[in-house]
Design a protein around this ligand. Structure first.
Ligand code: GLN
Length: 543
C-alpha cells in the first residue's frame, strides 16, 4: 500500500482542539491496524517554542531526540504510537532558517529564492521526512497550526495543496470548524463554517471531511446544509460536541459516527470493525470514580490552561489507574514565602511542584517543600521541583542557610544546585539545555525502584542546572537519598527523603511519557501515596 496523507486544518477560531482531534483520528486508524506518523506544522517564526513564555505558548513538549516542540505532540504521544522526534514538528522559523542557510551557502546557484517554490518545497520535504522516520509508516497526519485565513499559514496551505496534487489518490483534507450556538437566536450557526471553507477553496483546497466543534450536536438538517454549501458528501460531516466528563470520549464518539470507516473508504484502505474496550474502560472510571484525591500544583503559570498540560494529564492517568479521580488545586507560588502564607493554602492530599525557570516564586516553592517534609505530606518535585527539594533540605536539615541554586543566586556559598562546566560557556538560549532522553539506573529498595519495578529507565530532560556532586554524600548521610543516577556522568536524577511517606523529586520530566492507557509509574506512586494519606487522615478523624 502506498503511504496515505491526512491533512488537518482549522477554521473560524483557534483553540478548537485540533491536536486532540488529529490524535483521536490517528488512534482510530491505529486500531484499524495501520502505523501512523504525526507532523505538526506551526506558522510562527520562532525556530522552536523552547524560548517562548508559557503564557504565550503553553507547555514545551520534549521528544527522546531532544526536540523542544509544540504541546500537540503530547496529545499524539498520549493517543498513538507514532514515532515522535525532530521530524514531528516544524515551524516557519525552522523552514526559513533552513532555506536561508542554504541560500548563504550558494546552494541555489544564483536563483531568486522565493516562498514558492523554495519554502513550499522545504515544507513538502518535511512531510516526506516525517513519513520516513520508520520504514513501516502507513498514514502520515499533518496538522497545520493556526486558523485558515491567517497570512502566515499561507505557505503551508499552498505546500499541502501541491502535495495533494502530486499524491491525489492518497491524500485527504479534514477541516475542523466551529458551529456556535447563538442563544439570542436560539440556534446553531453554520455561516462561519461556510466562510472558512470558502477561504480554503479560494486557495485551491477542497476539504473532503468537515468536523464541527460546538456546544451542541448538529441536527440532520444542519448537517445537510453544511454538506450542500461546503460541497462535501453528507456522510462526511461530523460533530465533536463539548464533552462534559472527559476528552477520552472523543475517539469513541468519532468511531460511532464512522469517521474511521469513511477515511478508509476515501483512501482505499481495507477497513475492519475496531475495538475501543480500553478507552471505554477509561471513560467509565472517569464517570464513576470510586474516590477522589486533591493535589495542589504550585507554580508561576498555574492559571494558564496549557502551561503544565502533560502534568495535569499524567495526574489524571495515574488517578484513573487507581480507579480514582483527581481534583487539581492551582496554587500561585509568588506569595507563598510571606509569613503565614503556607498555613492559608488549600488543604490537599499532596503537592506537586512542576518544572520552571527563574527567581519568581522560588522562595514560595521552598516554603512549600519545607511544609510537606515537616508535615509528612506527599510531595512530587519535577525538574525545578526536585531542585527546590534539594535546596530546602540543604538549608533546613544541613543548616546551610544560604544554600541555593546558582540559577537563583550565583554567589551563594553553598551552591547545592549548579551548572555543569559544559553549560557555563553557553551563550545562545535556544536548544542548548540538557535535552531529550538519558538512561538512569535506580537504586535497589528505593521508592523509585518500587514504582518502576525495573532497575534501568530512560526519561526525558529539559534543564541546565544539576545537583552539585560535592554535596551528595553529606545530603545522603542526613537522609536525602539519590536513588536514580545517570552513571556515565554521575548525575543525580532522582532524590527521595528517607523518613517520609513519599517525598520524591525527578530531574527529568516523567509527564512526557504518561498515557491514559498506561499511567507513568512515578505519578502512579504519587497518587497511591495521596490515597494512603487521605485514608490515614480519615481514620484519625474517626478516632
Ligand atoms: N530552571 C531549571 C534548570 O534549568 C529547571 C528547568 C525545568 O524545570 N525544566 O535546571
Amino acid at each position: 500500500m502506498s503511504i496515505k496523507y491526512i491533512f488537518i486544518t482549522g477554521g473560524v477560531v483557534s483553540s478548537l482542539g485540533k491536536g486532540l482531534t488529529a490524535a483521536s483520528i490517528a488512534l482510530l486508524l491505529e486500531k484499524q491496524g495501520l502505523n501512523v506518523a504525526m507532523l505538526k506544522l506551526d506558522p510562527y517564526l520562532n525556530v522552536d517554542p523552547g524560548t517562548m513564555n508559557p503564557f504565550q505558548h503553553g507547555e514545551v513538549y520534549v521528544t527522546d531526540d531532544g526536540a523542544e516542540t509544540d504541546l500537540d505532540l503530547g496529545h499524539y504521544f498520549r493517543y498513538t504510537h507514532s514515532p515522535l522526534s525532530k521530524a514531528s514538528n516544524a515551524t516557519s522559523g525552522q523552514i526559513y532558517d533552513t532555506v536561508i542557510k542554504r541560500e548563504r551557502k550558494g546552494d541555489y546557484l544564483g536563483k531568486t529564492v522565493q516562498v514558492i517554490p523554495h519554502i513550499t518545497n522545504e515544507i513538502k520535504s518535511r512531510i516526506t521526512q516525517c513519513s520516513q522516520q520508520q520504514p513501516n509508516i502507513d498514514v502520515v497526519f499533518v496538522e497545520i497550526g493556526g486558523t485558515v485565513g491567517d497570512i502566515e499559514s499561507l505557505p503551508f496551505l499552498e505546500a499541502l495543496r501541491q502535495f495533494k496534487h502530486e499524491n491525489h489518490q492518497d491524500s485527504i483534507f479534514i477541516h475542523l470548524t466551529y458551529t456556535p450556538y447563538l442563544s439570542a437566536a436560539g440556534e446553531i450557526k453554520t455561516k462561519p463554517t461556510q466562510h472558512s471553507v470558502q477561504e480554503l477553496r479560494s486557495i485551491g483546497i477542497v476539504p473532503n471531511i468537515i468536523v464541527c466543534r460546538g456546544e451542541y450536536e448538529l441536527s440532520k438538517e444542519l448537517k445537510d446544509k453544511i454538506s450542500l454549501f461546503c460541497d462535501v458528501p453528507r456522510e462526511a460531516v461530523f460533530d465533536v460536541v463539548d464533552v462534559d466528563d472527559t476528552i477520552y470520549e472523543v475517539p469513541i464518539n468519532l468511531n460511532e459516527q464512522n469517521l474511521d470507516g469513511l477515511i478508509c473508504n476515501m483512501l482505499n484502505i481495507k477497513k475492519k470493525k475496531i475495538d475501543l474496550k480500553d478507552w471505554k474502560k477509561i471513560v467509565s472510571v472517569v464517570k464513576r470514580p470510586k474516590g477522589s484525591v486533591k493535589v495542589g500544583i504550585v507554580g508561576k503559570y498555574v492559571q494558564h490552561q496549557d502551561a503544565y498540560k502533560s502534568v495535569f494529564e499524567s495526574l489524571e492517568h495515574a488517578a484513573i489507574s487507581h480507579g480514582f479521580e483527581v481534583e487539581i488545586e492551582r496554587i500561585e507560588s509568588d506569595k507563598l514565602f510571606e509569613k503565614g502564607a503556607i498555613k492559608k493554602i488549600p488543604k490537599c492530599d499532596g503537592y506537586l511542584i512542576p518544572g520552571g525557570f527563574g527567581e519568581r516564586g522560588w522562595e514560595g516553592k521552598i516554603a512549600m517543600a519545607k511544609h510537606c517534609r515537616e508535615k509528612d505530606i506527599p510531595y512530587f518535585g519535577i525538574c525545578l521541583g526536585m531542585q527546590v527539594m534539594v535546596v530546602e533540605y540543604a538549608r533546613n536539615v544541613l543548616g546551610y542557610e544560604d544554600a541555593n541554586s546558582t540559577e537563583i543566586d550565583s554567589s551563594t556559598e553553598h551552591p547545592v544546585i549548579s551548572l555543569l562546566s559544559e553549560q557555563r560557556t553557553v551563550r545562545n538560549l535556544g536548544g542548548t539545555m540538557r535535552l531529550g532522553a538519558y538512561p538512569c539506573k535506580l537504586k535497589e529498595k528505593s521508592r523509585a525502584a518500587a514504582a518502576y519495578k525495573v532497575s534501568k529507565i530512560s526519561e526525558r530532560h529539559r534543564h541546565r542546572y544539576e545537583v552539585n556532586n560535592q554535596y551528595v554524600d553529606e545530603l545522603e548521610d542526613n537522609g536525602l537519598l539519590f536513588t536514580g543516577i545517570f552513571t556515565k556522568q554521575k548525575l543525580c536524577e532522582i532524590a527521595e527523603v528517607k523518613n517520609h511517606p513519599w517525598m520524591l523529586g525527578a530531574q527529568f520530566h516523567p509527564e512526557f511519557k504518561s498515557k491514559p492507557t498506561c499511567a507513568h509509574p512515578l505519578f502512579g506512586a504519587f497518587v497511591q501515596a495521596m490515597i494512603g494519606k487521605k485514608k490515614k487522615n480519615m481514620r484519625k478523624k474517626n478516632v
